[in-house]
Design a protein around this ligand. Structure first.
Ligand code: ADP
Ligand code: MG
Length: 250
């Protein structure tokens, strides 16, 4: 049974087709890396999984995407609920201009949770989940901007987790971070996959190899190859994949 299932997905920005016939499925509690050169459609595909592309004018999708066996593009889909279930973390840490505590609590309130006790419990649990608690427990009332970039990114992950999603989308979540913060996030991804299904875009191939179970190689809007990460990095079936992972282009 697949957690996420894409069938023959085409996607257009105006007249320009950015994705061609993508069929790609992911099992629950796995990490899937999306790799490929800049502009090949990785972020576009990722954003389709929680209908973030709906926010861009003049775009169109064909094909279908199912999450938990439900077509998320049906007319009666509740997009707010979908985005609660499918959380997202971006390339640049984007905390709200609020306190560390409020960054997580505010997200909960926006999503209709008002019980103070529940909020407090979720704030603590999710900050613990991202292994940030010891670093921030004495300054929860300080601005999130006082944290380092890596801490801000972990806070943004905590904010996403507090909503209790089952899928976590990450678009190059460490590309703005130093190596130590990067390895903390990678460890975290490893922990989180016990509870979440994770899809991560990365242009860092070592990172894809380290964190993912499966890897999908995109090139010019097409899915060229999708397999176990180990296979992609040791015995890819397609020459374009091999050329990319060995650094011959991209
Ligand atoms: N908002 C947008 N409007 C128009 N074209 C876009 C938009 N976002 C991305 N594209 C185009 O779609 C293609 C895929 O982009 P993207 O998904 O961002 O690639 P990647 O994440 O692999 O670098 C590129 O040609 C890009 O220029
Ligand atoms: Mg991108």
């Amino acid at each position: 049974m697949h957690k996420i299932e894409s069938r023959n997905v085409d996607f257009f920005y105006g007249e320009t087709q950015a994705l061609h016939d993508i069929s790609l499925s992911m099992k629950e509690n796995t990490v899937t890396a999306l790799i490929g050169p800049s502009g090949c459609g990785k972020s576009t595909y990722l954003r389709l999984l929680n209908r973030m592309n709906d926010l861009i004018d003049n775009t169109r999708m064909e094909g279908s995407i199912l999450i938990d066996q439900k077509d998320i593009y049906l007319k009666n889909t509740n997009v707010d609920d979908l985005r609660k279930n499918v959380g997202m973390v971006f390339q640049k840490p984007n905390p709200f201009p609020k306190t560390i505590y409020e960054n997580v609590a505010y997200g909960l309130r926006v999503n209709g949770i008002e019980d103070k006790k529940i909020i407090e419990e979720r704030v603590v649990t999710s900050i613990e989940q991202v292994a940030l608690w010891d670093e921030v427990k004495d300054k929860l009332k300080k601005s999130a901007f006082e944290l380092s970039g890596g801490q801000q990114q972990r806070l943004c992950i905590a904010r996403a987790l507090a909503i209790q999603p089952s899928v976590l989308l990450m678009d190059e979540p460490t590309s703005a971070l130093d190596p130590i913060s990067t390895s903390k996030i990678e460890e975290l991804i490893h922990e989180l996959k016990n509870q979440y299904t994770i899809v991560i875009v990365t242009h860092n191939m070592q990172q894809a190899a380290r964190v993912s179970d499966n890897t999908a190689f995109f090139y010019m809007g097409k899915l060229i190859e999708y397999d176990k990460t180990k296979t992609i990095f040791t015995k890819p079936a397609i020459k374009q994949t091999e050329d990319y992972i060995t650094g011959r282009f991209g």
